[in-house]
Design a protein around this ligand. Structure first.
Ligand code: PEP
Length: 254
């Protein structure tokens, strides 16, 4: 099947891995990256970015951060700026992950400011949205997603500088996965809402990833949905074999 949008298979390693684990994992992913149709991305913790970037240099694996500030420098103890990520070899950054929204109180407005700064630094922003279980049960999924998109995505978003990750909060790290139909419904909504709000030319090509317990056993059916353009993968990205098996599923659909 010919797809207009190239699959992006992105690993969110979260706060996992010491130096040796990270480098070994990166090398194992890189060893399986040659000749792939899908694009591969790993997002290690900030402490591992430089070593991972060195380990995958010259391969088809891209590297991203898991968060970055809306300023490039200054008195922000503990934070990392987009130009710092760029300087280490990153081309992507994950922004507004539900864990950042929940544990660090990140608002849509802050995520948008971070995305603008990431764009200015030349990074592709992977902007995360997703409803809680309570919101889904109350039938609020689509309005919640529209509000998050409107609040978090800058006006200058294009397919070149922005990826959206739909990550239902109830499916992250729980082993529960959205059904392919549930995922497609929300992805279709994000596409339609984005095209109406930001202009069709800008949004037709924006990649929308699914995230939430994606693994080798469910990747093919999720990725075969027309508006699912890849995966943001947590747990299963910590094992090269599983991560590459998900990439295999994507390749088979391209
Ligand atoms: C994530 O946190 O981005 C994620 C999708 O995690 P998991 O795959 O472990 O559910």
């Amino acid at each position: 099947m010919a797809r207009d949008r190239r699959f992006l298979i992105a690993g969110n390693w979260k706060m996992n891995g010491l130096l040796k684990d990270g480098v070994d994992l990166a090398k194992a992913v890189a060893a399986g990256a040659d000749g792939r149709k899908a694009e591969l991305l790993v997002c290690p913790p900030a402490t591992l970015i430089k070593s991972v970037a060195d380990a995958v240099q010259g391969t088809a694996v891209a590297v991203g951060g898991q968060d970055s500030h809306y300023e490039n420098e200054g008195a922000y103890t503990g934070d990392v700026s987009p130009v710092m990520l760029k300087d280490l070899g990153c081309s992507y950054v994950i922004l507004g992950h539900s864990e950042r929204r929940a544990y660090h109180g990140e608002s849509d407005e802050e995520v948008k400011a971070k995305a603008e700064a990431a764009h200015a630094a030349g990074l592709v922003a992977i902007i995360c949205v997703g409803e809680t279980e309570q919101q889904r049960d109350a039938g609020e999924t689509l309005p919640v997603i529209s509000t998050q998109i409107y609040g978090s995505v800058p006006e200058g978003a294009t397919p070149q500088n922005t990826v959206i990750a739909y990550e239902p909060v109830w499916a992250i790290g729980t082993g529960r996965t959205a059904t392919p139909e549930q995922a497609q419904d929300v992805h279709d909504h994000i596409r339609t809402y984005g095209m109406a709000t930001y202009g069709p030319d800008n949004w037709e090509g924006v990649r929308i990833l699914y995230g939430g317990s994606m693994k080798p056993g469910n990747a093919a059916e999720l990725l075969s949905q027309p508006d699912v353009d890849g995966g943001l993968i947590g747990g299963a990205s910590l094992k090269a074999e599983d991560f590459l098996a998900i990439a295999d599923a994507a390749d088979a659909l391209m």
